[in-house]
Ligand binder design. Sequence first.
Ligand code: PFF
Length: 458
Amino acid sequence: MAINRTSSHGEWSSRTAFILAATGSAVGLGNIWKFPYITGENGGGAFVLIYILCVMFIGIPIMLAEVYLGKRGRLNPIASIKYISEKENRSKNWRVIGLIGILAGILILSYYSVIAGWTMAYATRAAFGVINNIDAVGATLMFNNFVSDPERLLAWHTIFSIMTAIVVSKGVKSGLESAVIRLMPALLVLLLALVIFSAIEGDFVGGVEFMLYPDFSQVTWKTILIAMGQAFFSLSLGMGALMVYGSYLSSDISIPKTCVIVASLDTLVALLAGLAIFPIVISSGLEMTQGPGLIFQTLTVAFGAMPGGQLFGTLFFILLIFAAWTSSISLIEPMIIWMIEKYNLTRIQAATISSGLAWLLGIGTIISFNVGSEIKIFNMNIFETLDYLTSNILLPLGGIMITIYVSWLISKESINKELNIKSNILRYIWYFSARFIAPIAVIMVMLNALGFSIDGVL
Ligand code: PFF
């Protein structure tokens, strides 16, 4: 048994703490900001249905595989896979999965933190009544003015980076766990309050119909691929975040049940976010297909016009800050635990270095919206390049390697022991999904991401 396998590693105090932490990682800007707008762009109900199927048949099987790696390895992602490979007589090169994950985490955090900064700015604006009675033109102007000012973006990005660094520098128990235990329930309560507000003030029936009524005439292969990619990002898969959280699990906890709960909560929050947003969008006569600006431009108009909008607008953006915060913690944790274990750094040193790096890289995203908007890599600005590289290449690559490595190369005894799926049928379903459905599906996402449209082929 390797020395030091648990010494620098903490442990969750309960299964609930793990569920909250993993849900905190999964629920973020992806659910509340991205899910509604891509659902809006892709026709509503049919997209939601496909998304849910992707979560069930691709997301959950890969999630099980990823948490398995962490729970068995009980080290940082790179060392966990190296350790497991030694035990299973497999090539140690598979540890590149860990490296890809650490890199993806820091790259995602660099722009995630900038967008989280926007939500802080908008929470402040809402609280001070700046968005009261704003019209669509005013909201667009406000948004454009805001993102064209690098100093402001940098200030909010810096504040958010420090918030993340403070929580992770405190460690698993006192930092991560106590943060998520407070934040996650608060988030759910705020979201429910928002849905109720939306039901009273917005066009609730219209919103529900839009989300639940499937119109398959708009579905193309690309729609399916987008839904699948979103399932990936939203569940925090493919970059070692859940591997690290799994490594803090004590060995007697059932992985499958826990993963199903986390995936369900994540999906529930995305659906609730849709229920909170679409009725307001419809009742205000605004566009479903607004794109990434949906929240920052459209909702300010909606909240600004509604009775109680100042309070509820503020609560909504605060909710987004919480969601982004608990996700950013999990984006940075793989790098932190790797630095602690590999280079013997203290948690504070590791947190300072990794947040500093993400902060520095974040400047690239900041200038993408203003002074550096002309800087193009493959015809995309820096922010778009980072988003493309991570969501469309690194996460799917990590996910496919994880599912292939675990389902094909790990001994059945170990899988049975750690995953402990009691029912034979469920075990076969997992194997079939992890070995065939998930890898094939992820390859399709990647082909799409790399620009090979399969519309013409199928
Ligand atoms: N799941 C987060 C969201 O939906 O916003 C984003 C994310 C967090 C992606 C952690 C990947 C990750 F490892």
